[in-house]
Structures are given as C-alpha cells and as structure tokens.
Design a protein around this ligand. Structure first.
Ligand code: SF4
Length: 371
C-alpha cells in the first residue's frame, strides 16, 4: 500500500486530479476509439495500442472495425484474414489472441465481454494492463491502468530513481497509479494519464513548460532532467541470427510456407529457408535448408538482398535469394505454390515483405520476372 503522506497530501492529490482532468478535456486528441465506450471497440483499440504508436494503430483500427464490427464477426472469421488485416502492425500474438478470445467470449460468455477482473483475465492476451483498460474505459470500474506512458509520468512526478524494469517497481507503480486514480472517473482519468505521457511527458523533450501538473512534479521541483527518467538496468546486447529465404519460381508460381500457429510470427506466411549454420555461406545454407526441410533441388540462384530486422530479444539478417525449382516434391505440410497475384492475399512478416519488395524492384529484366 502507498502511504499518502509519503507521496502526496490530500490537497495536492485533489489539485493533481483536477488539473489533469481539466487539461484532458481541453486537449485530448480526437481518436476513433474515444467516441465510444463499446467494450468490443475498447478491447480492440487497447490490444492494438500495446507496443504500437497511436498514429500507426489508427488506420488499422478503422479497417479492423469495418471488417470485424462485432465479437461474433471476428469469431466467425478465418485466422488468415485476421492476420492479413494485422499485417505490418507486428506482435502478431495479439491478433491470434484476439481471434481466440472472440471465440471464447462467444462460447462461454454469450458474446458479451466480461466485466469482472478475474473473468476477463482468463481470456487469451488479456494481461493486467488490458483488463484495467477495458474495465475502466468500457465499464467505468475503478481500475488503474499502468502502461509505459503512465509509468513515465509516475516516475517523473514522484522522482522515482530506481530501475523501472523490475517486478518490484511494476508493483509499486501499480500502487501509485491506484492512489492517484479519481474514484468514479476512472475512464477519463486513465486516458488522461496515458495522454499526458504520450503528448506532454514524452520520453525525449518533455514539454514541462505547458504540463498541467508541473507545480506538483518532483522532477521539476528538484530541477532534475526528466529525460534521464525512467532509469533502466543496462540492456544486454541482443543475439544476432543469420537466416536465409528464397523466392523459388516454378510454372509461374512461387512457393510459400505458413509458420506454425503458436510461437513467433505464428500463422504468418514466408518464403522457404532457414537458419545458417556456423561457417556456412548464405547460398550453401539456403540450398541445404531447401533440400533437407522442403525436399527440393533449386538452381540459378541470384542474391536479392540482406535484410536486417530487430525483434524484441534478438536480431536477424535475412539473406534473400531468387532461384528456380529443379526437382522434388514439396515435403512440408504448410507449403503451397501460388501465383504472384495470389501472394497479396497472404499475411507476411515485415522481413519477408521486404524480400518481396526487393524481388519486385529487381525484377526489371525478363530473366527475373515471374509472369
Ligand atoms: S512537469 Fe515535466 S516531467 Fe513533470 S510530469 Fe509534467 S512533463 Fe513530466
């Protein structure tokens, strides 16, 4: 529990709430999910906004809500179509979890998104943050939201200098947020805290001069540089993996494979290939993988591009090739041959989309064209 007197007295607490809420009512951005308290729309927007900036999420949200306007429509959809609409937004587990959760909501809750913490937390992809956001914004419950924006505001407001990426800190931040929360006004208050972090108390160049709560801010009072907060433990270097993938042409078609539904980029499609072994040249590794994993012989290899991509915990360099099928039957369950036109109907990861772009940009000569 947070002890009030060590954090903020009652007068300052009231002043903080009033100043924040008045500022929010005047300055909040007009965002499509703010025009509704439909729990389904709130749920979709909160899932999209995790790890994603508002400007990037907005067009995805509008397309998603147009195509899947209700829990039932989403539950009835094919996961491939859901992933296709999510393509480019990253963290694809969110899309798979939305789809799974929609089916559970339909089967177990009659199509209504649960309004109790213990029940909603059982749904796939609903963690403490999303549960608090849905319960407060859609159902008006007094649940405090703690996301990256809120943590940044809390840390600077209370001048919290310990590393912010520990479980103990997250617990403390949760207590602080619950302490500040305006009972009965959680929907707007939570959104105001997030909005302050997103638009004023930003990671770099925070706009303290126009901040509505600067008179209560510990960082400003002690003349500390807010950009140095939150503190984080030093990050370990991300491991790097060298991968290969190739666009294999055969009879006006190209081979693509679907990743297993569970795991990284689950359900997305990609061009066949695999990881390079130590000391192996990219073309050697590609041919070996195509032979051993896919049962194919290929020839006429052309190097297309080296594509670097960073995931949360590691980075890859994807060596991309263009080549032709020579012999063999595809010995891989999810592999299919498709035309170039049909490729547009499949959801690809960012790295493989860039490989496709490299192929098209290089396909200026007849020799490289598929069709
Ligand atoms: S005064 Fe500056 S550091 Fe403090 S909460 Fe406002 S923007 Fe953040």
């Amino acid at each position: 529990m947070v002890h009030k007197k060590t954090v903020m007295n009652d007068a300052d607490l009231t002043a903080f709430r009033v100043a924040l809420m008045e500022w929010y009512q005047t300055h909040k951005r007009d965002l499509p999910w703010r025009n509704t308290c439909d729990p389904y729309a709130v749920w979709i927007s909160e899932m999209m906004l995790q790890q994603t900036r508002v400007a990037q999420a907005q067009p995805y949200f509008e397309r998603f809500m147009t195509r899947f306007p209700t829990v039932r429509v989403l539950a009835d959809a094919d996961i491939d179509e859901v992933l296709k609409l999510w393509e480019g937004l990253g963290y694809y587990a969110r899309a798979r979890n939305l789809h799974r959760a929609a089916r559970r909501i339909l089967d177990e809750h009659g199509g209504r998104i649960p309004d109790e913490r213990d029940v909603i937390a059982q749904l796939p992809g609903i963690g403490p943050y999303s549960a608090a956001a849905i319960l407060s914004i859609a159902y008006g419950k007094d649940e405090a939201v703690v996301d990256g924006n809120v943590i940044r505001v809390l840390v600077r407001l209370f001048l919290m200098t310990e590393p912010s990426d520990t479980p103990a800190f997250r617990r403390r931040a949760g207590e602080m947020a619950a302490f500040l929360l305006w009972p009965g006004r959680a929907a707007d208050f939570n959104q105001a805290m997030m909005e302050l972090g997103a638009t004023i108390c930003t990671p770099r160049s925070p706009r303290c001069a126009v901040c509505p709560v600067r008179h209560l801010c510990g960082t400003v009072a002690r003349m500390r540089n807010p950009e140095t907060l939150p503190c984080r433990r030093p990050r370990r270097a991300r491991p790097h993996h060298a991968m290969t993938a190739g666009i294999i042409l055969h009879n006006d078609r190209v081979l693509i494979v679907q990743r297993p539904m569970d795991g990284l980029l689950g359900g997305l499609w990609e061009f066949p290939g695999g990881r390079l072994q130590d000391g192996e040249l990219p073309e050697e590794g590609f041919v070996r993988e195509i032979r051993s994993t896919f049962g194919l012989e290929v020839g006429g290899l052309r190097y297309l591009a080296a594509i670097r991509h960073a995931f949360t915990h590691f980075e890859i360099t994807l060596h991309g090739f263009l080549c032709e099928w020579i012999s063999g039957e595809r010995a891989y369950p999810s592999a299919v041959w498709v035309t170039e036109t049909e490729l547009a109907g499949f959801a690809f990861s960012s790295a493989h989309n860039r490989l496709m772009t490299a192929w098209r940009e290089n396909a200026t000569s007849a020799q490289l064209r598929l069709l």
